[in-house]
Design a protein around this ligand. Structure first.
Ligand SMILES: Nc1nc2c(ncn2[C@@H]2O[C@H](COP(=O)(O)OP(=O)(O)OP(=O)(O)O)[C@@H](O)[C@H]2O)c(=O)[nH]1
Ligand SMILES: [Mg+2]
Length: 696
């Protein structure tokens, strides 16, 4: 694409588009950009051609899976639209997009209204105090009901929601809207892909509604400003400009949430929506200052103005074959021009910014410069990662990064073939680079590579990506549990090591008593050797031998913990004894005695905090019971209930997914290791059998 002119701060809007999965975000952005002429085809989600669906995984699954930035230009103002996935597994990218936007457009479908995901994204906006507007989408769908959705919005999300447009007709009779501010009615031209319309007289069927809503809207606006209120009460005319200014002010304060409607698939309503985003949402310079830390560690405020020193936050990194790595960033202060050298404080590196561009989904549109507040994209930065700050070398600052949610679903992975296994570590690292809510690492205790993500679909899609982009195929299995072993009775016995080879032999002999200790007390070695039956210098070697042997227990090969070993007798040879010989003798003693000391399996016990809305409490408790959890208590927590419980890790496989489905995605849990406890007898056999199978 040809180089675009750059956009001044006042000509920029950064709008994150959020909503429940399938509520029409991607279709809307496609239609908005096509109608604005910044996209050259009218795409569709179903055909995999929508502007902001850029990866085969997204087109394959028919849903957005990562944040994608596109822009529309209306009368010289560029509206950056950050498309986000609605499906909760991909909430990491929605969080990142909300972090760098100055306002939000929340979609709710005219048939499904406010859903779980709508409430979740509303919370994301609340966290950032984002000004927002609502688009009631899919007005053309069967059973579309604007009034019902509006009521739900007012009840569940925002009492201050108020329509600025109301629809004319619904479902198959949906044909246009009335703008309550201008008092104009528009009928869309059927078959127009760019949202063309003609002005019509206000139809009788909506006349009453128009009047009622107009009164409410005017009263709401009047109460935002005393002077406006006086004039309104005196029956004075209030101009459209004044109304828009009052509304924009109330939106910025979060007092009013204007509601719009349309049918993006037919491009109905998209032009006006774009105009209203320009008129009602703040530009970066109005969006408030952002706190950062300067080189000396002191807080500084960043202001979206060109005359400030440059700072920008990288909020997303993508890597596609043949394109390479791309970094999306938001300029928080100052202006970036092509060729600028910027400092990356966290990596202690410099980056030269060449081929500066603004993102249009998968395309990059070259620009000479980016003004304060804009969103840009550059390729092939050397050392910069997501959440790094780039700033002027003379005035380095660090902006607090996106706080990504912690991945809490784990699965073990291994390369499907030897060649996959070799490349696995690197590929997993690259996936993490692109998506901080995905992480993986080798756990030496259970000898598995564990991948963690936000949900099962999230993990599946990561493995699809890994295969497509890096040619690495994996097989998955449940993560193993890090069992331990202990002894439950006192026992004693001998460990004797004697070896005669050619010249000098090896000799060590010890008598050892093992005693159980309480949970968490660990291993202790004591010596009660008297009369030098084992020379003092060799005694610690017995202890080390026992400790090393205890790394592999006699029940199922797991580390043995919480016991005491007393070395109380033994013998030595003046020539053949050595440290190593006594170490071996110690290990023999351990193997021999542990068998007699009633060895037992221990399993990790976790303390979990499960947070759920009241209405799911019964179901969640029932499920916890089924997992033999010990409930310790309950506490109210901001409209929800937190349940504290102890439960064996083995009972928690896929718990996050189960909890999500019981609570329609609203419950979550945190876990931490509490300690170890004996495995109930009924489960021991299976664990032993599995261990034997693994050992081959
Ligand atoms: N009839 C009708 N269908 C629509 C309209 N807008 C979107 N759809 C359809 O609804 C489905 C979901 O739309 P998307 O645009 O993918 O929704 P989304 O919010 O981006 O979904 P996620 O990315 O999964 O969060 C697709 O099949 C669209 O074709 C509309 O205005 N009218
Ligand atoms: Mg989408």
């Amino acid at each position: 694409m040809a180089a675009a002119k750059s956009f001044r701060t006042e000509q920029i809007r950064n709008v994150v588009v959020l909503g429940h999965g399938g509520s029409g975000k991607t279709t809307l952005i496609d239609a908005v950009c096509f109608a604005a002429g910044t996209s050259n085809r009218k795409g569709s989600v179903g055909a995999g051609t929508a502007l902001t669906m850029t990866t085969p995984e997204e087109t394959g699954h028919g849903m957005s899976m990562q944040l994608t930035v596109a822009h529309a230009i209306r009368e010289g103002t560029k509206v950056n639209l950050l498309d986000t996935p609605g499906y909760m597994d991909f909430v990491g990218d929605a969080t990142a997009a909300a972090r760098v936007a100055d306002a939000a457009l929340v979609t709710a479908s005219a048939t499904s209204g406010v859903e779980v995901g709508t409430e979740m994204v509303w919370q994301l906006c609340d966290d950032r105090a984002l000004p927002r507007m609502i688009f009631v989408s899919m007005m053309d769908k069967m059973h579309a009901n604007f009034g019902k959705v509006l009521n739900e919005v007012r009840e569940k999300l925002a009492p201050g929601a108020i329509p600025v447009q109301i629809p004319i007709g619904a479902a198959s009779t949906f044909k246009g809207v009335v703008n309550l501010l201008t008092n104009n009615a528009y009928a869309y031209k059927a078959g127009s892909t760019t949202g063309e319309y003609e002005e019509i007289p206000i139809p009788d069927e909506v006349a009453d509604d128009v009047e009622n809503w107009q009164t409410e809207l005017m009263e709401t606006l009047a109460t935002t400003d005393e002077e406006l209120l006086d004039r309104y009460l005196e029956g004075e005319e209030i101009s459209l400009e004044e109304q828009l200014a009052a509304l924009a002010g109330a939106v910025a304060e979060g007092e009013v949430v204007p509601v719009f409607c349309g049918a993006a698939e037919q491009s109905f309503g998209v032009r006006e929506l774009t105009e209203m985003m320009v008129a009602l949402l703040p530009h970066p310079g109005q969006a408030g200052e952002v706190e950062a830390t300067n080189g000396g560690g002191d807080p500084v405020q960043l202001r979206a103005a060109d005359d400030e020193s440059v700072s920008a936050l990288v909020f997303k990194t993508t890597a596609e074959p043949h394109v390479g790595e791309l970094s999306l960033f938001r300029v928080y202060s100052g202006m970036i021009v092509n060729g600028t050298e910027l400092r990356n404080v966290s990596r202690n590196a410099s980056e030269r910014i060449n081929h500066l561009a603004i993102p249009q989904a998968r395309e990059r549109v070259d620009v000479d410069g980016l003004h304060a507040g804009d969103i840009g994209v550059v390729a092939k930065l050397k050392s910069t990662h997501t959440n790094d700050t780039l700033s002027a070398p003379t005035n380095p600052v660090t902006i607090e990064g996106v706080v990504f949610p912690q991945p809490d679903i784990s699965i073990a992975v291994r390369g499907a073939a030897r060649s996959d296994e070799d490349k696995l570590g690197e590929a997993l690292g690259k996936l993490h680079e692109e998506d901080p809510t995905f992480a993986a690492g080798f756990n030496p205790e259970i000898r598995q590579t564990i991948a963690r993500g936000m949900g099962e679909l999230h993990l599946d899609v990561q493995f699809e990506r890994m295969k497509r982009k890096y040619g690495v195929s994996v097989e998955t299995e449940p993560p193993r549990i890090a069992y331990r072993e202990t002894i439950t009775a006192e026992a004693q016995g001998q460990g004797r090591f004697k070896k005669q080879t050619g010249g000098r032999g090896q000799f060590g002999d010890c008598w050892v008593r093992l005693r159980p200790r309480d949970r968490g007390e660990g291993y202790e070695f004591i010596s009660s050797i008297k009369g030098g039956v084992i020379p003092t210098k060799y005694v610690p070697s017995v202890g080390r031998g026992i400790e090393e042997a205890a790394a592999k227990g006699v029940v199922a090969g797991y580390p043995v913990v919480d016991f005491e070993a007393e070395c109380y007798d033994g013998s030595y040879h003046s020539v053949d004894s050595s440290d190593i010989a006594f170490k071996v003798a110690g290990s023999y003693a351990f193997r021999n005695v542990a068998e007699k000391a009633k060895p037992a399996l221990l399993e990790p016990i976790l303390e979990i905090t499960v947070t759920v809305p009241e209405e799911y409490l019964g179901d969640v408790m029932g499920d916890l019971n089924g997992r033999s959890a010990r409930v310790l208590g309950m506490e109210p927590l901001g409209g929800k209930t937190a349940i504290m419980a102890q439960v064996a890790e083995a009972e928690l496989y896929k718990y996050a997914s189960v909890l999500r489905s019981i609570t329609q995605g609203r419950g979550y849990h945190r876990r931490k290791l509490l300690g170890y406890d004996l495995v109930p007898p009924m489960r021991v056999e299976k664990i032993v059998a599995e261990a034997a199978e693994r050992e081959g």
